[in-house]
Design a protein around this ligand. Structure first.
Ligand code: FIX
Ligand code: ZN
Length: 412
């Protein structure tokens, strides 16, 4: 294969390989309105809210009190009409429209709304999955979410494309209140961890794992996360989540580095970042060799050490370019570094979509970067006389787009 043919082959295979998007905030269609889609949701994505407020001088309260269509219109005017939409999140909206075959540069928001209004949700889900070439969508499912819990409790016929992940942030980050809620749901827990508390937390995790068929258990954590430590979080991890994980062969996903509500007036858009301590992850892996861990970190400064931790522990699977890392320049840098340090034993990207339509842009933007980095690596190998076959490239790409993750989850 010549260098040019190699590049086009890799690009084509990366385009055509269906992806398992391992972490999103999308919902099975049975959740109805909780599965967000359409132009107003795209424009009010929290990434765009924080960008729009850099230009808008209206009081935050006025923005939040307005109906969603009005909010979308303000954001559209600031980020698409008064300025060119060059940021990654703005470009995302343009890519979505382009993928859907809409002439975005007519700059006509009412016409866009009319176009979206023609769709039935079920058809639109199929269209987005097809355009993004996504085979499975990892959800984020919290028993502590009052809108979500009753849907699970009532039961529904699952859409096999949407797989569940058990999200437990309140359990680790706000134990006193979580304990009250567990108590209310019939689990005999005490805020001071006395009596049957850990066994009952395990029963709670086991019940929900079964109820939602959770592929993994997950939490997002602040940069201060430490292990071992005399914190509620560290104790619950040690005495409940780890034994639960071993019992169910369930991986524990740690998303580390978020500082919540740095500017609370921005609501969901007000979270920020901090450099975390990767030794906490290494110590967890060392203390619990019978458990599996998935990990992504928010700070660019942590990415290298996290890769080194993965070299030390085969029970650690690194994934995604999360949130503020999900911009082309940084995706390329991180993906290149990961391939150089841990080869194909990682999942370079997840979308973190909150709006269904975003699947199309997030994967359209990431796929060429993954292809470019992979082709560069094959080219380096060719210098040494090693030429991958088409089948080998297909195998490698399948690993990167969800296969390695599935193998990791299935491992005992
Ligand atoms: O904690 C998370 O799962 C984060 O991804 C979200 O909280 C965040 O708001 C987000 O949407 C990032 O992409
Ligand atoms: Zn997320």
């Amino acid at each position: 294969m010549s260098a040019n043919i190699l590049r086009t082959t890799v690009a084509e295979i990366v385009e055509k390989t269906p992806v398992f998007d391992i972490h999103t905030h999308l919902y099975d269609p049975a959740f109805g309105d909780m599965l967000l889609w359409g132009i107003d949701e795209l424009l009010t994505y929290h990434y765009l809210v924080s960008e729009a407020f850099r230009w808008m001088d209206m009081p935050y309260e006025k923005f939040w009190a307005a109906p969603k269509q009005q909010q979308a219109e303000w954001i559209w005017n600031e980020l698409f009409i008064k300025h060119s939409p060059v940021s990654e999140a703005c470009r995302g909206v343009v890519t979505v429209l382009n993928k859907l075959g809409i002439a975005a540069d007519r700059r006509d928001l009412p016409a866009l709304r009319r176009w979206f209004a023609q769709w039935k949700p079920a058809d639109y889900i199929n269209r987005c999955c097809e355009l993004a070439n996504v085979r499975k969508i990892g959800m984020t499912n919290s028993p502590f979410d009052d809108a979500e819990r009753p849907v699970w409790e009532k039961g529904f016929k699952r859409d096999p494309r949407f797989v569940a992940a058990l999200r437990i942030d309140p359990l680790l980050m706000d134990w006193p209140n979580a304990a009250k809620r567990l108590h209310g749901w019939g689990y005999t827990v005490s805020a001071d961890f006395s009596g049957q508390t850990f066994a009952e937390v395990r029963r709670f995790l086991g019940d929900w794992t079964k109820k939602i068929d959770a592929h993994y258990c997950m939490v997002s954590l602040p940069p201060e996360f430490a292990f071992p430590a005399k914190t509620d979080a560290a104790q619950i991890i040690e005495h409940a989540i780890m034994p639960h994980g071993r019992e169910h062969n369930q991986a524990f996903a740690l998303m580390i580095g978020v500082r919540r509500a740095v500017n609370p007036q921005l609501q969901l858009a007000g979270d920020s970042i901090g450099t975390a301590d990767v030794t906490a992850v290494e110590r967890l892996c060392a203390a619990f060799p019978g458990n599996k861990f998935l990990c992504t970190m928010l700070a660019r400064e942590n990415q290298h050490a996290l890769c080194i931790a993965a070299r030390k522990f085969r029970t650690l699977h690194v994934f995604g370019c999360w949130w503020f890392m999900n911009v082309p320049s940084i995706i390329e840098e991180i993906t290149r570094m990961r391939l150089e340090l841990i080869g194909l034993s990682c999942t370079p990207q997840h979308s973190d979509c909150r709006v269904l339509d975003q699947l199309t842009y997030k994967w359209a933007h990431s796929r060429p970067i993954i292809a470019k980095v992979l082709a560069d690596k094959y080219e380096d190998l060719a210098v040494g006389g090693w030429h991958p076959t088409r089948e080998e490239i297909q195998r490698d790409v399948q690993h990167l787009l969800g296969g390695a993750f599935e193998e990791f989850l299935a491992r005992n």
